[in-house]
Write a protein that binds this ligand. Sequence first.
Ligand code: G
Ligand code: G
Ligand code: MN
Ligand code: NA
Length: 253
Amino acid sequence: LTRENELLRAIERDELVVEYQPLTRLSDGSLYGYEALVRWPHPTLGLLPPAEFIPLAEETGLIVPLGISVLRTTIRDIAGLASINPDVRVSVNVSVLQLGDRSVENAIRSSLDRYRVAPANLVVEVTETGFMQDLDIAANALRRIADLGVDVMIDDFGIGYSSIARLSELPIVGVKIDRRFTKNLGADTQANGVLAAITRLAHAFELLVVAEGIESSEALAVADKVGCDYAQGFHLARPMRVDAARAALLTFV
Ligand code: G
Ligand code: G
Ligand code: MN
Ligand code: NA
């Protein structure tokens, strides 16, 4: 079997696994929600991270059925999480290549309905890279998703070439600042200043700010000090299975 056929089979057999990485509210340290991250339990290669198969999925078009499967699994899991904390927010990564048709919108609508999940419990993350070529198509798709009551955030913010002014024309509620801008926080005063400037600019456009890749208490302290709204990273918590995510929510009630 080619890797592509293996991936297709894993999608069809519903074998992909979703893990959940916590996001913390910086104002009070409380648990805000999770980012859903797909993994592929490969029969011989072990548990593969998305970086090892999402590019293949994007090249082959498998990203469309894969994305539908991840949305369905995540929304099913949200039903259990929201029964513990009705305010929980769980974000799902969506590739720009999934926005060419209505599959994302339809998968969201049908799964929210089927599992009786409120749209406010779901967030869609879309990367700005590759986005601006088809800005109209992406903007229309994001508008329809936002019209369902699902918030949209820009992922990996800062590494693309789009200006925040153009992004702010999209129906988005916030940005996730890429790891590249958080990895040297603390001693590196230039890094601290850049994060402060990005955060101030995003806030000027009334966008929420998530600092990703928080790997130390120093980085966490800087993200808080410069006014980021939420933080995510290995210093706070690693991605975990849904049972552990449920347990974490119970602890914070
Ligand atoms: O876990 P890891 O660091 O390998 O994730 C790498 C990338 O894979 C991240 O940028 C993340 O956005 C992306 N990713 C994770 N899960 C999904 C998914 O379900 N769909 C898509 N399109 N991308 C995902
Ligand atoms: O691009 P995206 O933001 O979706 O990537 C999320 C990925 O980043 C996940 O695969 C997750 O495992 C990884 N990740 C989460 N927190 C950290 C961190 O603190 N450091 C590093 N290096 N990677 C992280
Ligand atoms: Mn993401
Ligand atoms: Na990112």
